[in-house]
Design a protein around this ligand. Structure first.
Ligand code: PEP
Length: 248
């Protein structure tokens, strides 16, 4: 039985007050009815505050991005060791907004994955196709390409020991959600790719992301290869996030 997980990606949202109130709401609202690992990923500048607020709780901390380099002349960047030092256990790499808005290539995402792993962070590796790619019938090729670059650099077993989030780009922040069958098909495909690459794919934690809400979470998470969710918008609403955690 794989560990279930729900991770909240706050994106470019927050303030000291929002960090305080969201984390107070989440930590007091989490009870025995949630068996999934719960992770929150606030913006960099609130990570230390979040780590302090989560010190006595089971909620884990993640960052939304990391530099592929360890130190040096990379103005504005944050290294994996820095994230570890302020209390992160996870980091999102390859989110579609980073790939599309900041031109992150498959190779850069793979190098970020390796940098995170080398410093002891667990990467949450995001992959996903655009609407155009889905309509052209190349979803599997796109996912395979995005996964392969990381497998080639990090090794299949290392990828399988991380968390992989399938996030169809057309479903992120759009209100459109992949149907459970569509999401399941891609998760099964990703597991098959890992297996074919020699990894223990059955142990890999795989999340679905893209407009997950309390109303659709349970059905998505009931699919055999979906182990939980990566949540954007709904992670900023305590009641919704807790309901999604309970569904996982
Ligand atoms: C995300 O940003 O990873 C995401 C899935 O966003 P949303 O839940 O808002 O679609």
């Amino acid at each position: 039985m794989r560990q279930r997980m729900v991770a909240g990606n706050w994106k470019l949202n927050g303030s000291k007050e929002l960090t305080r109130s969201l984390l107070a709401g989440i930590t007091t609202g989490l009870h025995d009815d949630v068996s999934a690992d719960v992770v929150v990923c606030p913006p960099f500048v609130y990570l230390e505050q979040a780590a302090a607020a989560l010190a006595d709780s089971c909620v884990k901390l993640g960052a939304q991005n990391v530099c592929a380099e360890t130190s040096g002349a990379f103005t504005g960047e944050i290294s994996a060791d820095m994230l570890r030092e302020v209390g992160c256990q996870y980091v999102i790499v390859g989110h579609s907004e980073r790939r599309s808005l900041y031109a992150e290539s498959d190779n850069l995402v793979a190098r970020k994955f390796v940098a995170a792993r080398d410093s002891g962070l667990t990467p949450i590796l995001c992959v996903g196709e655009t609407l155009n790619e889905r309509e052209r019938g190349v979803t599997e090729q796109v996912i395979a390409r995005q996964l392969q670059e990381v497998i080639s650099l990090a090794g299949a077993e290392t990828v399988a020991s991380a968390v992989i989030a399938y996030e169809p780009v057309w479903a992120i922040g759009s209100g459109l959600t992949a149907t459970p069958d569509q999401a399941q098909a891609v998760h099964a495909f990703m597991r098959e790719r890992l297996r074919d690459s020699g990894a223990k794919a059955d142990a890999c934690c795989m999340l679905y992301g893209g407009s997950v809400k309390p109303s659709n979470a349970a059905e998505l998470f009931s699919m055999p290869d979906i182990d939980g969710g990566l949540i954007g918008g709904a992670s900023l609403v305590v009641g919704d996030f807790l309901a999604i955690c309970r569904a996982a």
